[in-house]
Design a protein around this ligand. Structure first.
Ligand SMILES: [Zn+2]
Length: 394
């Protein structure tokens, strides 16, 4: 897809990636993009239009019915809430426990490099009163996969994403817990034509792997990783989705709380601040965007959004602003200015940490970045790269 367009209602680009399974991603592979309708409006905005007419009290009744089917009365956990101690997981876990009488086990896939504020928020969440399963992957393997994913796919966040996507389902299988509740909904951020998830779901395709999938991690075939880097298959397992057979035989269900309860990122922020003392970015805002309250846990976060910006021309400010426009927190005009000002800002705060983590030099870093700049998105004027098309250029 070479034609860059921006949603007429929010500021999202038609180059926003959709969620994929990722364990089959090869170098040069095709990604799926968010869909726009014939009037140039993204399907997430269309979803928000529909949301205005939802009968929320009816939806809450549906939620109560669903939860009553899973609620335990023998002291066992009855729901898994994945999260990091960010605003969405705090809100979700607390209202499931306190308002709806559920018995959650929260679970966390550890960031590559915890930030100070991320670690504080994680601990405040647990201190509030939750059991939590924290999986910290083998750092030797995580570092290697992060490096390979950066060099081969310009996707240093891939190992994190793989681990984070697969952990809740694996834990549900292991602990025999039949329900997983997420605090955010993909429909609010990126909808593809064939990705209009229902409100109550079986695991999605990106949660599992098929028996015949050829598996790649960091863009390298899994057999080759084992041979070349002398890594045991067992050490790669926590990054891989469960197999489809396991899903088919387990009767596990997923739901996304925003499909049943009307809330927005700003409400959750105030809620989390009040309940657990959730702290925002101490710098006042996060590099690459104007917000201070999302994706604060990992020193790799900023690099993740920056690589996304290189590959697609839309970055972290676009992601945040589009969602805030849909939630009517800011106007489209404000969003355009915020994108112009902050999108693509280089994440310098943890740049050295990221280079050290991946064990690559600054030269190797920039060579890789340049390799992944698509011609239809970028142009060079003098020594400077600029976007050929942007939401703020007329
Ligand atoms: Zn839109």
């Amino acid at each position: 897809m070479k034609n860059i367009k921006f949603c007429k209602k929010c500021v999202e680009s038609n180059h926003r990636f959709l969620s994929t399974a990722q364990h089959t991603d090869k170098p040069g592979g095709q990604k799926k993009f968010a869909a726009f309708d014939n009037d140039g409006v993204c399907l997430s905005c269309r979803y928000f239009e529909k949301k205005e007419f939802f009968n929320w009290s009816e939806k809450e009744e549906d939620l109560k019915d669903i939860l009553s089917k899973f609620r335990s009365n023998n002291g066992e956990y009855d729901v898994i809430v994945p999260g990091s101690g960010g605003k969405d997981s705090i809100y979700t876990s607390i209202i499931l426990k306190e308002k709806y009488g559920m018995h959650p086990l929260t679970c966390t896939w550890a960031p590559g490099m915890y930030t100070e504020v991320g670690w504080k928020n994680y601990n405040s969440w647990i201190n509030y009163g939750f059991d939590n399963f924290l999986l910290t992957p083998n750092k030797k393997v995580h570092k290697l996969l992060t490096k390979l994913a950066f060099l081969n796919l310009l996707h240093p966040f891939q190992p994190f994403a793989l681990g984070q996507n697969s952990l809740p389902l694996k834990l549900a299988v292991e602990k025999n817990i039949k329900l997983i509740v997420y605090g955010d909904s993909i429909k609010e951020r990126a909808v593809g034509k064939d990705n209009e998830a229902k409100s109550f779901n079986k695991p999605e395709f990106w949660h599992y792997r098929n028996n015949n999938d050829e598996i790649y991690l960091g863009g390298v075939n899994i057999d080759e990783i084992q041979k070349k880097y002398k890594i045991d298959r067992h050490e790669l397992n926590c990054f891989l989705p469960v197999s489809k057979d396991v899903v088919d035989n387990s009767d596990i269900n997923l739901l996304h709380l925003p499909d049943f309860i009307n809330y927005n990122p700003q409400n959750n922020f105030y809620y989390a601040k009040e309940k657990t003392g959730f702290q925002v970015n101490p710098d006042g805002r996060t590099e690459g965007t104007y917000t201070k309250y999302s994706s604060l846990d990992d020193k790799l976060d900023g690099l993740h959004y920056f690589t996304w910006y290189i590959k697609t021309g839309r970055g972290r400010a676009t992601e945040d602003a589009a969602l805030e426009v849909r939630n009517k927190i800011i106007t489209r005009e404000e969003a355009v200015l915020l994108v112009k000002k902050f999108d693509g800002e280089f994440p310098k705060k943890y740049f050295k940490d990221c280079l050290n983590y991946m064990e690559i030099s600054e030269n190797q870093f920039w060579e890789t970045i340049e390799k992944f700049r698509p011609n239809h998105i970028w142009q060079k004027s003098g020594n400077e790269w600029t976007l050929k098309n942007s939401v703020w250029k007329k």
